[in-house]
Write a protein that binds this ligand. Sequence first.
Ligand code: ADP
Ligand code: MG
Length: 650
Amino acid sequence: MGRIRVLSDNVANKIAAGEVVERPASVVKELLENSLDAGATEFRLDVEAGGRRLIRVADNGMGMMRDDALLAFERHATSKLSDVKDLLSIATLGFRGEALPSIASVSRLLLETRAREETVGTAVELAGGKILRCDDAALAGGTIITVRDLFYNVPARKKFLRTEQTEIAHVASLITHYSLAHPDKSFLLRHNNSELLDVTPVASLRERVYQVFGSQILEDLLDLGDQSRAFPLPVDDEQGGPRRFRLRGFVSGPQVQRLNRNSIYLFVNGRLIRDRLLLHALSAAYHNLMPPACYPFALLFLDCDLEEVDVNVHPSKTEVRFRHGSLAHDFLRDTIRDALMAQRPVSRIPSPAQPAAVLPYSEFTQHVENLNFPAAGEIRGVGEMPGAGAIAGAGELGLPENPSALPEFTLGRPPSPPPRFAFADAPSSTEAPRLAVPDTHGPLFPGGTLPEPESLEALKDLRPLGQIHDSFIIAAGRDGLWIIDQHVAHERILFEQVLAARGRNAVETQGLLMPLVIQLTPAEQLEYARIAEELNALGFDTEPFGNRTLAVKSAPAGIGASDVEKVIFEILEISERELRKASLDDLRRSMAASIACRAAIKINMKLEPAKMDWLLRALAATSSPMSCPHGRPIALRYSTRDILKSFHRI
Ligand code: ADP
Ligand code: MG
């Protein structure tokens, strides 16, 4: 007798369960997706002991007929696909027909369901994948699936479960995600009988965001509206027709800086996914606006033609493959970038009266982080700027080089994970009760209301008052007090000037008195050959000078002779480290950032009032005055409103 045997269904199901059912949250995901596919509008979830003891999902969907209720537990039984052609355009969340048999094989499962068109319902009970009974049952329309004792028959798996708190956090994060994707439906999640999320149908995504995260977070978010674009495909692409992409959702301004990707929620055609390509596009949108290794809050819904995405990539259906990945990538990046630029947000000094808003913690995206992710640098790779170490000034003052280590001047949110279940409402105020203050001081704005905080347009009217530490300009504006980092402000101005001049082929250069001779390593020599033309166009007149030696005859105006060598090495290093795959445009931006950084006025430098005035005006004229090309904030504003709050005048 041969040695090969066909596995029994029971074994095959358990193997599939290994991929599909990783933890309680994966059970919840499959059940919830089935309910959504069944057209349900109400979802009630009960979880006990982090999902080990019990997971129950009840929906008001179309329900199942008796025969289907039994068939659903057969391997590869699905009502959602019939032909292999269907695989190319999957509109439902499920399609593999694997989830129910897999879950049933590793738990004790009770299915109670009644199809709308039937008068009596069906109850099916299974344990370890075996059907124990199938009876008629008096039920309302819809489906209730109860999963008890998950992994009771797979002790190895059980051992891998984390604490109750961790498991329920994963579940809660998942439900939060789905509730955001379906504002018109109601979701209730209870854990050990206490309510974690309860949202009723609302008309817009904005209202759902408010229900889930509260008003304070909404304030920090930018509504992308409803953006769509069609991209023609090359004529020789056999898929024909233009590709349409649509993006909706919210992103945070550059002032919200998270230290991980936990606050990034991505949906493609309504499916919650993790996708490196889209995460990269998001990082690229914030490029030059946010420091490297910081991430925004983002809730993004990307929709496209069904044929454009292959969802059949992994059994858990959390990965997709775009047929024209670069279209999706660039559309997402450009749409978000445009929205950010249009808003020109400015950093606010957190008002002392309010606890800093905490953004919700997404276990799902944490998962992305922990699992199959390349190093952060690789993801942000394209066009990345040199690290903080390359920024002149920071080291000189003896300041820590990582800007987030300077609490007074950074607006990054605290890195610790915020409370996970503060979903229900806006964080309540923790202020102590105030004593009534006799109103002897007179109103600040007689007869009028408080002026609305103004946008960056206000930069134009700033009056510089002086410097702190010869490094930060203090300025008074109509809408409050501003603090401007002189080095990064100048860096932003020069960066845009260099790029503009490069665009016109009119970069200003200065000849060096003596040509500078630089020794290169073989690797640097290769990099140099690759970027020589661009270096020259940016004002470095260089030419090879013997073996692995370079002669530099002139450099961009503004760079001190002693800095020329440093800039060239810096550019070669960026080029080698990060930009091998980058576009010419990214390379150019990186080079311009290096030049700007070297040429900018340093911190620890006294400035005449006229110079400060000039700096503020030039900054106001830049396209992105809120952050330097390396992503650090340039200006902090203490708004009149915040000042009034601090003095308890409002
Ligand atoms: P898939 O979702 O890939 O089709 P599943 O194993 O998750 O596979 O479910 C099998 C089938 O059971 C589905 O195709 C669907 O017909 C039915 N089903 C599962 N859950 C529900 C539900 N909540 N309401 C109605 N039908 C359901
Ligand atoms: Mg399914």
